[in-house]
Design a protein around this ligand. Structure first.
Ligand SMILES: [Zn+2]
Length: 128
């Protein structure tokens, strides 16, 4: 299912790719286009803009994992650990209203985070 990307998604994606040094978290490649890959899909609003739910993956790894969900799950378990994934799973079920005002706040938060990272040593803070 295709979901239309809003400025909140675009700024969040940019901030995450920047914070992870434009390096694929799976194959460690640094060349080519990096993508923000969601663990739980964007339809889960409570984690849609959470840095815990988004990985920086290269196009190839993202495509591979999208087509091979069991490979993705196995890799996530070794990369992030079951405890982390259990917490994320709980968080995705919490209620989050999705309003224009909320998305505006998300976009502004990540725009600010990008500016702080550009200015020097700053660790990306998650909005959610
Ligand atoms: Zn990769």
């Amino acid at each position: 299912m295709r979901i239309k990307l809003s400025p909140a998604d675009i700024e969040c994606s940019k901030a995450i790719r920047m914070a992870r040094n434009h390096t694929c978290e799976h194959c460690r490649r640094q060349d080519g286009k990096m993508e923000a890959a969601h663990i739980y899909s964007r339809s889960f609003k409570s984690v849609r803009w959470s840095t815990d739910n988004i990985l920086c993956l290269c196009f190839r790894c993202h495509l591979h994992f999208t087509g091979n969900p069991l490979d993705f799950e196995r890799w996530l378990q070794s990369y992030l650990g079951q405890g982390f994934l259990d917490l994320l799973n709980e968080k995705r079920h919490s209620i989050q209203k999705d309003t224009a005002a909320y998305r505006k706040e998300v976009a502004a938060h990540y725009r600010r985070q990008i500016k702080l990272m550009e200015a020097g040593e700053h660790k990306l803070e998650s909005f959610q």
